[in-house]
Design a binder for this molecule. Structure first.
Ligand code: CA
Length: 122
């Protein structure tokens, strides 16, 4: 079960690999919205795709140390993603349409703690 839950994602300010309970962070650089990898959902700590960032390629039940930090987002995937206020895909939900981006999460600023791209959560 642990291996199936393990999802690769990247953090721009970290060069060493950091392993959380169900998430692996790697050292891929993400400098701007344009550099969000194809096939990834990128979360940025500041509006307008600035600051620390993570790139998700699958659902994560916790954003770990990036929780409550996302202020802008790029969806470079062909599916809808949902951001959740709490870990475990619960609380307030914000939908990010396929191949869309938002420079400011507005009322959802700094609240995202988990993310999903599949049923039954999103
Ligand atoms: Ca933020």
């Amino acid at each position: 079960m642990t291996s199936t839950l393990k999802t690769m994602f990247a953090v721009c300010t970290t060069t060493a690999m950091i392993t959380l309970s169900s998430v692996t962070l790697t050292g891929t650089s993400i400098a701007s919205a344009a550099s969000c990898p194809s096939g990834a959902l990128c979360l940025y700590a500041e509006p307008s795709y600035a600051g620390d960032a993570v790139a998700l390629t699958g659902s994560v039940s916790t954003l770990g140390s990036f929780g409550d930090r996302a202020s802008s987002v790029v969806n470079n995937t062909g599916v809808v993603w949902c951001l959740f206020e709490h870990t475990g895909y619960s609380g307030k939900k914000v939908k990010i349409p396929a191949n869309a981006r938002t420079a400011s999460l507005g009322t959802a600023n700094d609240i995202a703690s988990s993310a999903a791209n599949q049923a039954p959560y999103c």
